[in-house]
Design a protein around this ligand. Structure first.
Ligand SMILES: Cc1cc2nc3c(=O)[nH]c(=O)nc-3n(C[C@H](O)[C@H](O)[C@H](O)COP(=O)(O)O)c2cc1C
Length: 148
């Protein structure tokens, strides 16, 4: 069974919730999904052994959250080249972080971004059925792309 690692940063819990729903979507597509906070990843070895990677951060001050930057510096040392990747995050108005993360995954790590691109969810939708469904859809689409 193919395995996907979802790593998130979340200051007030919304991006964390997205991570859990995206993981459910991956499981609906028949994949194994592991969800971790960025601070749980302390060594490059923690990133080994997955077929796909999805990283998430909310947008703060038109940027990704600081811990996601530190995590990406660590991830630079892992062998992620050619792996399928996605990115997500909660936001209120500009939502810059997911696109920045996906760019780093593609252009710095040499990963292959999912054709859907990055996934932003307005914070007002995070606790709704509609928000949950769109997270499920992103996870499911990623899973189907990985298994197909
Ligand atoms: C100080 C501060 C700055 C923020 N800056 C932005 C911003 O530049 N763009 C944006 O879209 N949202 C911004 N937000 C909104 C957050 O992205 C939003 O609250 C998000 O849901 C937080 O996610 P989290 O619960 O995973 O931490 C900001 C929020 C705070 C408190």
């Amino acid at each position: 069974m193919k395995k996907v690692l979802v790593v998130y940063v979340s200051l007030t819990g919304r991006t964390k919730r997205m991570a859990e729903y995206i993981a459910e979507g991956l499981r609906f597509a028949g994949l194994e999904a592991v969800v971790k906070k960025s601070s749980d990843i302390t060594a490059v070895e923690d990133l080994a052994g997955y077929d796909g990677y999805i990283f998430g951060s909310p947008t703060y001050h038109r940027d990704m959250a600081g811990p996601m930057k530190n995590f990406l510096f660590l991830a630079k040392g892992a062998e992620l080249k050619g792996r399928l990747c996605g990115a997500f995050g909660s936001f209120t108005h500009s939502g810059d972080a997911p696109a920045m993360i996906l760019e780093t995954m593609e252009y710095v790590f040499g990963m292959e971004p999912i054709s859907l691109g990055s996934f932003n969810l307005k914070e007002a939708l995070v606790g709704t059925d509609e928000g949950m469904r769109s997270c499920h859809d992103y996870g499911r689409a990623f899973g189907e792309r990985l298994s197909g």
